[in-house]
Write a protein that binds this ligand. Structure first.
Ligand SMILES: Nc1ncnc2c1ncn2[C@@H]1O[C@H](COP(=O)(O)OP(=O)(O)OP(=O)(O)O)[C@@H](O)[C@H]1O
Length: 345
């Protein structure tokens, strides 16, 4: 089922939570809505679900205006961060709940039991149908919540920070698992998160929101390669920010000249991710070449890498080098910039 949002606006009292959002989600696509707290992600999801109504603009399911479709008939499955499973119902009964109450598509008890078994298998909880929610882990509860959402054969899945309350390792596992389920079922899915790693890992397309507006959207590759603003650059991951001046389509930093074609002359911010910096230590045998003259202030050993904290013209920067690199605090060298993004200051 394709979903279209066309110039959608939502205001609470006088506060505009969603400004003129247009977005189309293709049938079978997994789209992540990514943004900081308060950027309007949940409000958008609730409007798609029919739990809130836009003040202006239109939401369409396929070709149909969604306001004409009652919530129960939208064919939407939800999973929220704190999806309250019914504590007094077993896992199997929780999953079966929607099938028993659905007025349309009544199923026999045998059909429901078979479907519950199938869903338990899908969410890898076979054999746990008789447990109660209190007797399973948080990650398992979210899988039950997903099975419950899938039980009514939704045309659209809406997931609002479904793994938000779980610890990092469980989140990572569930993310992989969700991707597999999505590949298998191909249900159009909108996934809300404020975790950029989760969004980039999971989604076919990432939609980045700031203060109720879409500021950028694209594939994970496109948004990470070509962030279109300082906000997106910062929001998508660790970055260093260096002040400089653009002149005649170039920016000079140390004795490096960076391409700034198209930027007007004036103050700019150069953004560089730690992974886009390379260290050439003096006496390392490396050709010194152009770069930013820097001094190592600290070396932190981590599994698989050594992290260097270095100082360049009063800026503190960090980068990783291979574990074998011999380097110590006080060493001098040069930083090469492999990639950067430059925006007007
Ligand atoms: N029912 C409401 N009444 C008044 N203001 C609301 C209501 N619902 C949301 N808001 C406001 O709208 C803005 C957007 O909220 P929303 O929950 O959509 O953001 P979000 O991006 O999902 O944030 P979070 O990640 O914290 O859940 C917030 O400033 C919020 O306080």
């Amino acid at each position: 089922m394709k979903i279209n949002l066309d110039h959608v606006v939502k205001t609470f009292n006088t506060f505009r939570a969603v400004h003129d959002v247009s977005l189309s989600v293709e049938s079978g696509e997994l789209v992540a809505l990514l943004g900081p707290s308060g950027s309007g992600k949940t409000t958008l999801l609730r409007m798609v679900a029919g739990l809130e109504f836009p003040d202006a603009g239109q939401i369409r399911f396929g070709e149909q205006d969604a306001t004409q479709i009652p919530v129960r008939e939208r064919g939407v499955g939800f999973v929220f961060q704190h999806y309250a499973l019914f504590p007094h119902l077993s896992v199997a009964d929780n999953i079966a709940f929607g099938m028993r109450t659905a007025r349309a598509a009544r199923r026999s008890k045998a059909e429901i039991d078979a479907r519950v078994e199938e869903l338990l298998r899908l969410v890898q909880l076979s054999g746990l149908g008789n447990r109660f929610p209190a007797q399973i882990s948080g990650g398992q509860r979210q899988r039950v919540a997903l099975a419950r959402a899938l039980a009514v054969d939704p045309k659209v899945l809406l997931l609002d920070e479904p793994f938000g309350a779980l610890d990092a390792n469980v989140r990572r596992d569930l993310r992989r698992w969700l991707r597999e389920i999505h590949a298998e079922l191909g249900i159009t899915t909108l996934f809300v998160t404020h975790d950029q790693e989760e969004a980039l890992d999971l989604a076919d397309r990432v939609v980045i929101l700031q203060q109720g507006r879409i500021v950028q959207q694209g594939t994970p590759r496109a948004v990470t390669r070509q962030p279109n603003s300082a906000f997106v650059m910062r929001f998508l991951g660790d970055t260093h920010q260096l002040s400089a001046t653009a002149k005649g389509g170039q920016v000079m930093l140390g004795d490096l000249s960076l391409d700034a074609t198209g930027l007007a002359d004036g103050p700019v911010d150069v953004f560089v991710r730690p992974a886009d910096l390379e260290w050439a230590g003096q006496g390392s045998g490396d050709q010194p070449g152009p770069g930013l003259p820097a001094t190592v202030t600290r070396v932190i050993d981590r599994p698989g890498a050594r992290r260097l904290a270095v100082s360049f013209e009063g800026h503190g920067l960090e980068l990783d080098v291979a574990p074998e690199v011999e380097v110590a605090a006080g060493d001098r060298g040069r930083l090469r910039i492999l990639r950067s993004r430059i925006f007007p200051a």
